[in-house]
Design a protein around this ligand. Sequence first.
Ligand SMILES: Cc1cc2nc3c(=O)[nH]c(=O)nc-3n(C[C@H](O)[C@H](O)[C@H](O)COP(=O)(O)O)c2cc1C
Length: 202
Amino acid sequence: MRLVRLSYPLFHLFPLHMNFAAISGSLRTTSYNTGLLRAAAGILDGHTVDIIDWSNVPVFNQDNEALGDPPSVADVRARIAAADALIIATPEYNYSFPGGLKNVLDWMSRSAVKPLNEKPVLVIGASGGNYGTVRAQLALRQVLTHMNAHALHRPELLVTQARTKFSDDGTLTDTATLEVFAKVLAAFVDWTTRMNAPVTTT
Ligand SMILES: Cc1cc2nc3c(=O)[nH]c(=O)nc-3n(C[C@H](O)[C@H](O)[C@H](O)COP(=O)(O)O)c2cc1C
Protein backbone atom coordinates (compact mmCIF):
# COMPACT_ATOMS: atom_id res chain seq x y z
CA MET A 1 0.00 0.00 0.00
CA ARG A 2 1.37 3.43 -0.96
CA LEU A 3 0.37 6.82 0.38
CA VAL A 4 -0.02 9.35 -2.42
CA ARG A 5 -0.69 13.06 -2.17
CA LEU A 6 -3.25 13.98 -4.80
CA SER A 7 -3.46 16.86 -7.23
CA TYR A 8 -0.24 18.59 -6.17
CA PRO A 9 0.53 20.04 -9.64
CA LEU A 10 -2.96 21.50 -9.87
CA PHE A 11 -2.42 23.50 -6.68
CA HIS A 12 0.55 25.18 -8.36
CA LEU A 13 -1.47 26.18 -11.39
CA PHE A 14 -4.44 27.39 -9.32
CA PRO A 15 -3.20 28.52 -5.88
CA LEU A 16 -5.97 28.48 -3.33
CA HIS A 17 -6.82 31.20 -0.85
CA MET A 18 -5.11 30.35 2.43
CA ASN A 19 -5.76 31.45 5.98
CA PHE A 20 -2.54 31.92 7.97
CA ALA A 21 -2.65 32.27 11.74
CA ALA A 22 0.27 34.34 13.00
CA ILE A 23 1.88 34.71 16.42
CA SER A 24 4.57 37.16 17.47
CA GLY A 25 6.76 36.14 20.37
CA SER A 26 6.90 39.79 21.46
CA LEU A 27 4.16 41.86 23.03
CA ARG A 28 6.18 45.08 22.63
CA THR A 29 4.10 47.80 20.98
CA THR A 30 6.65 48.53 18.24
CA SER A 31 7.99 44.96 18.09
CA TYR A 32 10.11 44.11 15.06
CA ASN A 33 8.68 40.60 15.10
CA THR A 34 5.09 41.77 15.05
CA GLY A 35 6.27 44.04 12.23
CA LEU A 36 7.42 40.96 10.33
CA LEU A 37 3.89 39.55 10.60
CA ARG A 38 2.35 42.77 9.28
CA ALA A 39 4.84 42.66 6.40
CA ALA A 40 3.79 39.05 5.73
CA ALA A 41 0.16 40.16 5.52
CA GLY A 42 1.19 42.70 2.88
CA ILE A 43 3.25 40.22 0.88
CA LEU A 44 0.68 37.42 1.05
CA ASP A 45 -1.72 39.29 -1.16
CA GLY A 46 -4.86 37.25 -1.82
CA HIS A 47 -4.46 35.26 1.40
CA THR A 48 -5.54 36.04 4.98
CA VAL A 49 -3.08 36.61 7.83
CA ASP A 50 -4.72 36.49 11.26
CA ILE A 51 -2.32 38.05 13.78
CA ILE A 52 -3.31 36.62 17.16
CA ASP A 53 -3.08 38.75 20.31
CA TRP A 54 -2.16 36.33 23.10
CA SER A 55 -1.43 38.96 25.73
CA ASN A 56 -4.22 37.70 28.03
CA VAL A 57 -3.12 34.06 28.08
CA PRO A 58 -2.43 33.14 31.73
CA VAL A 59 0.56 31.18 32.95
CA PHE A 60 -0.15 27.49 32.49
CA ASN A 61 -0.96 25.61 35.69
CA GLN A 62 -1.82 21.95 35.38
CA ASP A 63 -3.95 22.15 38.53
CA ASN A 64 -6.46 24.22 36.56
CA GLU A 65 -6.61 22.11 33.41
CA ALA A 66 -9.80 20.35 34.46
CA LEU A 67 -11.58 23.72 34.43
CA GLY A 68 -11.03 23.88 30.67
CA ASP A 69 -9.43 26.56 28.55
CA PRO A 70 -9.66 30.15 29.81
CA PRO A 71 -11.34 32.28 27.08
CA SER A 72 -8.02 33.73 25.87
CA VAL A 73 -6.57 30.24 25.43
CA ALA A 74 -9.70 28.96 23.69
CA ASP A 75 -9.46 31.91 21.31
CA VAL A 76 -5.83 31.17 20.37
CA ARG A 77 -6.56 27.44 20.04
CA ALA A 78 -9.57 27.99 17.78
CA ARG A 79 -7.81 30.47 15.51
CA ILE A 80 -4.78 28.24 14.99
CA ALA A 81 -7.02 25.21 14.45
CA ALA A 82 -9.03 27.10 11.83
CA ALA A 83 -5.92 28.17 9.91
CA ASP A 84 -4.28 26.34 7.04
CA ALA A 85 -0.88 27.14 8.53
CA LEU A 86 0.84 29.08 11.29
CA ILE A 87 3.58 31.73 11.10
CA ILE A 88 5.61 32.36 14.26
CA ALA A 89 7.89 35.40 14.43
CA THR A 90 10.12 35.16 17.45
CA PRO A 91 12.64 37.42 19.12
CA GLU A 92 15.63 35.89 20.87
CA TYR A 93 15.61 36.14 24.65
CA ASN A 94 18.71 34.80 26.39
CA TYR A 95 19.66 32.52 23.49
CA SER A 96 16.16 31.03 23.28
CA PHE A 97 12.64 32.09 22.41
CA PRO A 98 10.55 34.07 24.92
CA GLY A 99 8.91 32.34 27.86
CA GLY A 100 5.55 33.91 27.02
CA LEU A 101 5.56 32.19 23.65
CA LYS A 102 6.54 28.88 25.25
CA ASN A 103 3.62 29.30 27.65
CA VAL A 104 1.21 29.70 24.73
CA LEU A 105 2.65 26.61 23.05
CA ASP A 106 2.37 24.64 26.30
CA TRP A 107 -1.35 25.48 26.43
CA MET A 108 -1.73 24.43 22.78
CA SER A 109 -0.10 21.07 23.51
CA ARG A 110 -2.88 20.14 25.97
CA SER A 111 -6.60 19.28 25.65
CA ALA A 112 -8.24 17.16 22.97
CA VAL A 113 -7.73 19.76 20.24
CA LYS A 114 -3.99 20.04 19.52
CA PRO A 115 -3.93 22.68 16.79
CA LEU A 116 -0.25 22.38 15.96
CA ASN A 117 -0.42 18.66 15.26
CA GLU A 118 0.50 18.26 11.56
CA LYS A 119 0.14 22.04 11.10
CA PRO A 120 2.52 23.63 8.58
CA VAL A 121 4.55 26.20 10.53
CA LEU A 122 6.93 28.94 9.38
CA VAL A 123 9.48 30.11 11.95
CA ILE A 124 11.01 33.54 11.37
CA GLY A 125 12.57 36.16 13.58
CA ALA A 126 14.25 39.53 13.98
CA SER A 127 16.77 40.63 16.60
CA GLY A 128 18.90 43.65 17.27
CA GLY A 129 22.16 41.73 17.06
CA ASN A 130 24.15 39.93 14.40
CA TYR A 131 22.67 36.44 14.72
CA GLY A 132 19.07 37.21 13.77
CA THR A 133 17.39 34.86 16.29
CA VAL A 134 19.18 31.75 15.03
CA ARG A 135 19.38 30.27 18.54
CA ALA A 136 15.78 31.17 19.34
CA GLN A 137 14.57 29.59 16.11
CA LEU A 138 16.51 26.40 16.78
CA ALA A 139 15.06 26.11 20.29
CA LEU A 140 11.56 26.77 18.94
CA ARG A 141 11.97 24.11 16.26
CA GLN A 142 12.79 21.58 18.98
CA VAL A 143 9.48 22.27 20.72
CA LEU A 144 7.57 22.18 17.43
CA THR A 145 9.08 18.76 16.71
CA HIS A 146 7.53 17.37 19.88
CA MET A 147 4.21 18.97 18.98
CA ASN A 148 4.36 17.16 15.61
CA ALA A 149 4.11 20.40 13.65
CA HIS A 150 5.39 20.45 10.07
CA ALA A 151 7.98 23.23 10.34
CA LEU A 152 9.56 24.43 7.10
CA HIS A 153 13.34 24.10 7.52
CA ARG A 154 14.51 26.17 4.54
CA PRO A 155 14.58 28.88 3.36
CA GLU A 156 15.13 30.71 6.65
CA LEU A 157 14.43 34.32 7.58
CA LEU A 158 16.93 35.58 10.14
CA VAL A 159 16.71 39.37 10.36
CA THR A 160 19.86 40.84 11.93
CA GLN A 161 20.47 44.42 13.09
CA ALA A 162 16.74 45.03 13.14
CA ARG A 163 16.93 48.70 14.07
CA THR A 164 18.47 49.40 10.65
CA LYS A 165 15.70 47.55 8.78
CA PHE A 166 12.53 48.72 10.53
CA SER A 167 11.12 52.19 11.07
CA ASP A 168 10.52 53.44 14.61
CA ASP A 169 6.93 52.17 14.59
CA GLY A 170 8.08 48.62 13.78
CA THR A 171 7.40 48.62 10.04
CA LEU A 172 9.79 46.54 7.91
CA THR A 173 11.31 48.98 5.39
CA ASP A 174 14.50 47.27 4.20
CA THR A 175 14.08 46.37 0.52
CA ALA A 176 16.56 43.47 0.51
CA THR A 177 14.88 41.88 3.53
CA LEU A 178 11.45 42.31 1.97
CA GLU A 179 12.69 40.54 -1.17
CA VAL A 180 14.08 37.61 0.80
CA PHE A 181 10.90 37.49 2.88
CA ALA A 182 8.77 37.27 -0.28
CA LYS A 183 10.78 34.24 -1.38
CA VAL A 184 10.45 32.63 2.04
CA LEU A 185 6.69 33.15 2.02
CA ALA A 186 6.36 31.76 -1.50
CA ALA A 187 8.19 28.66 -0.31
CA PHE A 188 5.85 28.47 2.68
CA VAL A 189 2.72 28.71 0.53
CA ASP A 190 4.15 25.84 -1.50
CA TRP A 191 4.97 23.88 1.69
CA THR A 192 1.47 24.46 3.07
CA THR A 193 -0.06 23.31 -0.19
CA ARG A 194 1.95 20.10 -0.11
CA MET A 195 1.44 19.38 3.59
CA ASN A 196 -2.33 19.92 3.37
CA ALA A 197 -2.86 18.07 0.10
CA PRO A 198 -5.33 15.21 0.44
CA VAL A 199 -3.74 11.79 0.90
CA THR A 200 -5.10 8.57 -0.55
CA THR A 201 -3.93 4.97 -0.63
CA THR A 202 -3.21 2.91 -3.71
C1 LIG B 1 14.97 39.53 28.11
C2 LIG B 1 15.70 39.81 26.82
C3 LIG B 1 16.71 38.95 26.41
C4 LIG B 1 17.35 39.16 25.19
N1 LIG B 1 18.28 38.26 24.77
C5 LIG B 1 18.79 38.35 23.51
C6 LIG B 1 19.61 37.31 22.98
O1 LIG B 1 19.89 36.32 23.62
N2 LIG B 1 20.05 37.45 21.69
C7 LIG B 1 19.73 38.55 20.92
O2 LIG B 1 20.15 38.62 19.76
N3 LIG B 1 18.96 39.55 21.41
C8 LIG B 1 18.47 39.46 22.67
N4 LIG B 1 17.65 40.44 23.16
C9 LIG B 1 17.36 41.62 22.32
C10 LIG B 1 16.17 41.39 21.41
O3 LIG B 1 16.61 40.70 20.26
C11 LIG B 1 15.55 42.71 20.99
O4 LIG B 1 15.07 43.36 22.15
C12 LIG B 1 14.44 42.55 19.98
O5 LIG B 1 14.14 43.79 19.44
C13 LIG B 1 13.19 41.96 20.60
O6 LIG B 1 12.22 41.72 19.59
P1 LIG B 1 10.94 42.66 19.37
O7 LIG B 1 11.44 43.91 18.69
O8 LIG B 1 10.07 41.85 18.49
O9 LIG B 1 10.36 42.98 20.72
C14 LIG B 1 17.00 40.27 24.39
C15 LIG B 1 15.98 41.14 24.82
C16 LIG B 1 15.34 40.91 26.01
C17 LIG B 1 14.20 41.83 26.42
